[in-house]
Design a protein. Structure first.
Ligand code: HAM
Length: 428
């Protein structure tokens, strides 16, 4: 059929938009409760904003073009570089730590799969200017609380946390070189999805020896803070490297959120700029892609704006979240929630109905009437189809008496109400 949306792009019919609006309202509500301020940036950015620091994966998915001024442009695939630029530009004037959120629409030319489209909306919450793990715990708590606000508990969603600094320290401590780290990170990242022999081959190509390859697999299998702490105790600088992660766990425990949290070193994150604690939230059955991902990116502001500020944040998309909400039967009503539908009995009643509609709307009542005068039965049918609670019927006799007939469309009962008292009756 002609006129179909592009693959990976969505038409939002009213039902779907109602769900999206519910998601946005919940996001905004939690962000406000955490004291975050909303910001936005341009949907088009210079291409180089992403080629500099975001990493190969996302750069390979960019929508790019050359504009009429011969500039290389990208549709934004993520918000973090824009945020880094914006904060860098005004860094002096902004009170730290900065707590900002945004809900951009993002574009990535992704391979088609469940939970991943070529456009999505993403809640971003970021804290800039705080290096300590209290900020990491605060952001994790915010991400978990967003899901709690949608009604999900620890049996339905899990936060999996790791720390790139911990991974680095463990890998270097087990004999890998700094140059081999990217290959080791990639293998750990894919360790739950790709067979071991394929990963081992990749590591061998990167020059990683067989003993070190075994170490990579051992590290990827570490689960729980105790196991990670024990492994760290055996390598140089391990105790120190493990402190932020342990502290963030203690703080989440103090907040009563420990039940959502798992330490899982396979969480590496696809973006290149992360430097410390990283995390992803999943549905407990892990049947879908990540609901949310984020972490600390202490070097990005310096690289993009020259201003050296520690930073961390997360992005939570509307696609997987929407699927989870639909799965659990959550479907907000799309109807426009009419308070009343006005019915004109004869052609002469149309003008008084228009006047009344206008007065009621001015006073905040949601009102509709038939745009084409028709039989009362037809008008009432439309009123029901529109989901109106009440029909207000006005005919020549009613006008003479200064009243209207108010019919409850749920029960079918009717009352005569003085026109002056209509507001009160509708609001009742
Ligand atoms: P990300 O992991 O690329 O991180 O994306 C975060 C979340 O956005 C994912 O967990 C997923 O919910 C959603 N998402 C990503 N790509 C798609 C897609 N193609 N279709 C549907 N949903 C998608 C970032 O973007 C980082 N910039 C987040 C961040 C903010 N880090 C620090 N601050």
């Amino acid at each position: 059929m002609q006129g179909k949306a592009l693959p990976g792009f969505r038409d939002f019919y009213p039902d779907e938009l109602a769900l999206r609006n519910h998601i946005f309202a919940t996001w905004r509500g939690v962000a406000a409760r955490y004291g975050f301020e909303e910001y936005d940036g341009p949907p088009l950015e210079p291409l180089e904003l992403y080629t500099q620091k975001s990493g190969e994966e996302i750069v390979g998915q960019l929508y790019t073009f050359r504009d009429k001024g011969d500039r290389e442009i990208a549709l934004r695939p993520e918000m973090t570089p824009t945020l880094a630029r914006m904060v860098g530009t005004r860094a002096q004037a902004l009170k730290k730590p900065i707590r900002w959120f945004s809900i951009p629409q993002l574009f990535r030319y992704e391979r088609q799969q469940r939970g991943r489209l070529r456009e999505h909306f993403q809640l971003n919450m970021d804290i800039i200017g705080e290096a300590g793990p209290a900020a990491d715990a605060e952001l994790l708590a915010a991400a978990i609380d967003v899901l709690r606000a949608f009604g999900f508990g620890p049996g339905e969603v899990r936060a999996r946390i790791s720390d790139r600094q911990v991974l680095r320290t463990l890998l270097l401590g087990r004999g890998l070189t700094a140059a081999q780290l990217p290959a080791a990170f990639a293998a750990i990242d894919r360790s739950e999805r790709v067979p071991k022999d394929v990963l081992a081959e990749g590591l061998r190509e990167a020059g990683v020896g067989s003993r070190e390859t075994d170490a990579v697999f051992e590290i990827a299998e570490l689960r729980g803070l105790e196991a990670v702490t024990a492994a760290l105790a055996k390598v140089r600088g391990g105790a120190e490297a493990g402190e932020p992660l342990a502290e963030a766990c203690r703080l989440l425990d103090a907040m009563g959120l420990a039940g959502f949290v798992e330490i899982d070193l396979t969480i590496v994150r696809g973006l290149a700029y992360y430097t410390g604690i990283v995390f992803e939230l999943f549905d407990a059955g892990k049947s879908l892609r990540a609901i949310c991902g984020g972490g600390r990116y202490d070097g990005l502001l310096k690289a993009l704006s020259g201003v050296d500020l520690p930073a961390l944040g997360f992005g939570m998309g509307d696609v997987v979240l929407g699927e989870l909400l639909k799965e659990r039967g959550f479907a907000p009503a799309a109807s426009a929630r009419l308070d009343a539908f006005l019915v004109a009995v004869s052609g002469e009643d149309v003008a008084p109905v228009l006047r009344l509609a206008h007065e009621l709307r001015d006073r905040g009542v949601a009102v509709e009437y038939g745009l084409r005068h028709s039989a009362i039965r037809k008008q009432l049918e439309l009123a029901v189809a529109r989901g109106a609670r009440l029909a207000v019927i006005i005919g020549p006799d009613e006008r003479k008496a200064g009243i209207a007939v108010v019919r409850d469309l749920g029960t079918g009962t009717e009352r005569k109400v003085a026109v002056d008292a209509l507001m009160h009756e509708i609001r009742r």
